[in-house]
Design a protein around this ligand. Sequence first.
Ligand SMILES: *Cc1c(COP(=O)(O)O)cnc(C)c1O
Length: 415
Amino acid sequence: MAFSTTIRESYRQELNGLRAAGLYKEERFILGNQGADIEVEFPAGAAGRKVINFCANNYLGLSSHPDVVAAAREGLASHGYGMSSVRFICGTQDIHRRLEDRLTAFLGTEDTILFPSCMDANAGVFEACLGADDVMIADRLVHASIVDGMRLCKAMNDTYKHSDMNHLEEKLKEHQDKRIRLIITDGVFSMDGDIAKLDEIVALAEKYDALVFVDDSHASGFIGKTGRGTHEHCGVFGKIDIITTTLGKGLGGASGGCVSGRKEIVEMCRQKARPYLFSNTVAPMIVAGALKVLDLVFTNTERRDTLEWNTKYWRQGLAEAGFDLKQGDSPIVPVMLYNAKLAQDMARDLFAEGIYVVGFFFPVVPQGAARIRTQLSAAHTRAHLDKGLAAFRKVGAKHGILGKGKKEITEMFGK
Ligand SMILES: *Cc1c(COP(=O)(O)O)cnc(C)c1O
């Protein structure tokens, strides 16, 4: 069939609809590497502007760390550019297995299997391990990649209200007839920055004979006293059956993900997980870079400690300025604005002040819950934070929202 004028027009109409609804996503070009100080070209073709980055997942500041870059370069020299194969044919090198072993030790599990991304890990793990006699019981705010992975799996699909342990308990009781009950949650929830109640979840899993799955993408490397993740933070290290996480955020920010957990589950993934079987191996230089990242996070906690300090300082500064913040213990600090246009206007004004943040609104967050999600990094210095806070105070005052809460802001701007 030809790509006819009619078909082209129908796509254009849909795209114009997105623009008209204010839902069209414009990408901004970073000129240079990822870091706390970046130069951004926006809109496309405009002169680059130097800004401080408060919206990357570069939690540990390792995305452009010289030791990581050097290790990746050495990996490139010793192991080549690409594997031109999936893992099970001829795509596994010594360093791939070494990285899996290092992740196992770091996450405190029995075994680990790498995937091209955490999106792929989540797309593959459920189908590989569960069947029609099983049930998946997921928190209602889990990441989109988990939702997609659950759709691909034949097990029954159920949910519980966000972090509502009574509701989870009801669901566990309801599904006692199933072979496997798998409780599914994010460790740190990416939009609100709150942490799952993993201690209570593990206790319920023990009481009702269930397994626990945690996606720790927004936690691995920095949540918990030694950065092992949400399970360390919640005192249930070693008790999680399946952890998925990404190498694309705190752990260097390149790409790659994994399923880590019970030995037999990992083995099932190696045999059956389709994104593992049918997608190319993580590139050798990324594996070499990730091994260095793990060396860095294993041997000292300085970066996660800095991140924790930065987060406290930032939260306190914004709260004292009179912003309405979502409470939480993670380096994700959402500034609540409730109105989509306000979130976009403030993000634009902040950009003009040299602060790079993005407004989030429906459908990424619920209707009437628009916000600017700020994210801290160990790469931020005190000067970065102070400049950011000053800009937020100035822009918040301009829009008249300092000291105002949900009710007042909604009255002023609507939903
Ligand atoms: C970012 C993220 C992913 C996707 O990770 P990639 O490795 O980039 O595919 C999966 N799950 C959660 C919770 C995430 O935040």
